[in-house]
Ligand binder design. Structure first.
Ligand SMILES: C[S@@+](CC[C@H](N)C(=O)[O-])C[C@H]1O[C@@H](n2cnc3c(N)ncnc32)[C@H](O)[C@@H]1O
Length: 204
């Protein structure tokens, strides 16, 4: 069932809208914890890392923590977080100016670019099964789970959304892909905050 299709700067419209909550949480709480659930090869968590870095003049504040998790049954994803090596074709949506700031050439292959260590080290990867019912580590302010829930049946989706609810701080945010619709039951737990993006805020 595992499908890993992903790329950098996917659904940029939604991802950029997270910058406002990130700033607000940093100002009010002094730190922000982000979980990219079902992160595949890291394109999604590194996209938010790049956007936050750009928002903060090229350096992600130390007070921003990004955890990326995937069930990764074929042991295929961890290496991206260890090496930062990506095929150029996965990076075409990143504007040249920004791509040059965060990636460098791979001496061994002209087909690849390598993510700079400073950004790569900002995202921690962990193998985690969303059906386990347990948090990959504490509570979070923002959970990004895009293009993952559609692969599960209604009962599984409900269990995973329940896990997200329990794993979010009060007032925390859940982000899904544009086409995902929360169940009627889940709409009592989360309020959609933008008409043009699937960003939901936890209702306490
Ligand atoms: C289509 S990719 C989405 C990648 C990224 N979130 C995006 O939107 O670009 C779906 C990902 O969900 C992961 N996945 C599937 N079942 C999972 C599970 N039970 N727990 C955690 N991740 C899972 C897959 O391994 C795959 O990497």
């Amino acid at each position: 069932m595992v499908i890993g299709a992903t790329y950098f700067h996917r659904d940029l419209h939604t991802m950029k809208k997270l910058l406002m909550p990130v700033r607000e949480i940093l100002e009010s709480e002094g730190k922000v914890r982000i979980w990219s659930a079902g992160c595949s090869d890291g394109s999604e968590p590194f996209t938010i890392a790049i956007l936050i870095s750009e928002e903060f003049e090229g350096i992600i504040p130390d007070s921003v923590e990004i955890l990326a998790t995937d069930v990764d049954p074929d042991d295929a994803f961890e290496k991206f977080f260890e090496t930062g090596i990506y095929k150029r074709e996965r990076l075409t949506r990143i504007p040249d100016k920004i791509r040059k700031r965060y990636f460098h050439e791979d001496d061994k292959s002209s087909e690849n670019l390598i993510l700079n260590d400073s950004l790569r080290k900002k995202v921690k990867f962990m193998r985690h099964d969303l059906l386990s019912g347990i948090s990959p580590g504490g509570v979070f302010d923002i959970i990004i789970c895009k293009n993952v829930l559609l692969h599960f049946n209604d009962a599984e989706q409900s269990a995973i959304t329940g896990l997200f609810y329990d794993t979010l701080n009060n007032g925390g945010y859940l982000v899904t892909e544009q086409t995902h619709r929360l169940s009627d039951k889940d709409q009592n737990s989360f309020a959609r905050i933008f008409p043009d993006a699937r960003i939901y805020q936890k209702i306490s």
